[in-house]
Design a protein around this ligand. Structure first.
Ligand SMILES: Nc1ncnc2c1ncn2[C@@H]1O[C@H](COP(=O)(O)OP(=O)(O)O)[C@@H](O)[C@H]1O
Ligand SMILES: Cc1ncsc1CCOP(=O)(O)O
Ligand SMILES: [Mg+2]
Length: 297
């Protein structure tokens, strides 16, 4: 059974297996408190760790290849975010991503500001052949990554990268997101992978199926790090679930938490603390019964 929403989309049926997997992932994270480690930017590192804890996981942050590679052997997934870069990151990330790939270890990439800077471009290009399981990014970053990895057919209309914010709407990244997701799956040991494009209505795809997740709140763009924290929490879910389920569960939890925080807060400062409280409070049923619009094929 499914309730039709538009000619183009339908809301996933209440008994769809994907909803059950999303619900299971939320419960499993809270039951198991999995560790997802992060190599992330130093603007939002604290929010990333706190969001992972509030969602039910645990956090560990590191930048040294030997440390990250050792921790990868004992944690469920890794989060890599290229928001702030130092000269040694180019070698460090090359060594880390090659080792994660060789070990078949699952990880999430947030290609913050993709398309800007020769060092960031070199770092992201080098990830092409040892890619993550999930890419979590805004629309401009997904379009830029698709081009950097040589997957683009050149037909995307983009206003180009503009720092860490998106200049493109989510739907303009649809084709790029599908290509990137297929690329991730082609390199995954089990053929799995997903791309989560964030914005007013999030878009999640495994390269074949496309899901749109309405909701959240514009206040999420008035604190720094909502996107980074979403990537970190996607890694937390990746500890217990396959990439598509992890990307959907994290995006839905963030949408519901953003809505709740908006009703409780009075500006960016209180929004951030209410948001962490909401990540903690939103339950598995609320996440898994959210509107999930699947594009009709
Ligand atoms: N205009 C908006 N309305 C509702 N939710 C939004 C809006 N913009 C972003 N979000 C939410 O904020 C979170 C971070 O997304 P986004 O701001 O696109 O990431 P980034 O900070 O990497 O650009 C996501 O959970 C997304 O759903
Ligand atoms: C402001 C800033 N500068 C470099 S990384 C960063 C944080 C970006 O966070 P988000 O993409 O989650 O808004
Ligand atoms: Mg971002």
């Amino acid at each position: 059974m499914c309730k039709a929403t538009t000619a183009d989309h339908h809301d996933l049926a209440a008994d769809d297996a994907l909803r059950a997997s999303i619900r299971r992932s939320v419960l499993d994270v809270r039951a198991r408190t999995p560790l997802a480690q992060s190599f992330t930017n130093f603007v939002t590192i604290n929010l990333v760790a706190n969001a992972q804890l509030a969602s039910g996981g645990t956090a560990a942050m590191s930048y040294l290849p030997d440390d990250v590679i050792d921790i990868a052997a004992m944690c469920g997934a890794t989060y890599i975010n290229v928001g702030t870069l130092l000269p040694f990151y180019k070698d460090a990330l090359g060594e880390i991503t090659a080792a994660l790939h060789d070990a078949g270890h699952r990880w999430v990439l947030d290609p913050v500001a993709a398309g800007l800077g020769a060092t960031r471009t070199a770092i992201l290009k080098a990830m092409r052949d040892v890619p993550p399981s999930v890419v979590r990014a805004n629309a401009s970053e997904v379009i830029a990554l698709d081009a950097l990895w040589g997957l683009s057919d050149g037909s995307d209309v983009t206003d180009g990268p503009a720092g860490v914010e998106s200049t493109d709407d989510v739907d303009s990244a649809l084709a790029a997101a599908k290509r990137v997701a297929r690329h991730l799956r082609a390199h995954d040991k089990d053929g799995l992978g997903a791309v989560a494009v964030s914005g007013e209505t999030d878009l999640v795809t495994d390269g074949e199926r496309v899901f749109r997740l309405p909701g959240g709140d514009a206040m999420m763009t008035k604190i720094t790090g909502a996107g980074c924290a979403l990537g970190g929490v996607a890694a937390t879910y990746l500890c217990v679930a396959e990439p598509l389920v992890a990307a959907l569960a994290a995006s839905l939890l963030f949408d519901r938490a953003g809505e709740r925080a908006a009703t409780e807060s009075h500006g960016p400062g209180s929004f951030q603390s209410e948001f962490l409280d909401a990540l903690w409070a939103i339950d598995a049923d609320t996440v898994s019964t959210s509107t999930i619009l699947e594009a009709n094929r």
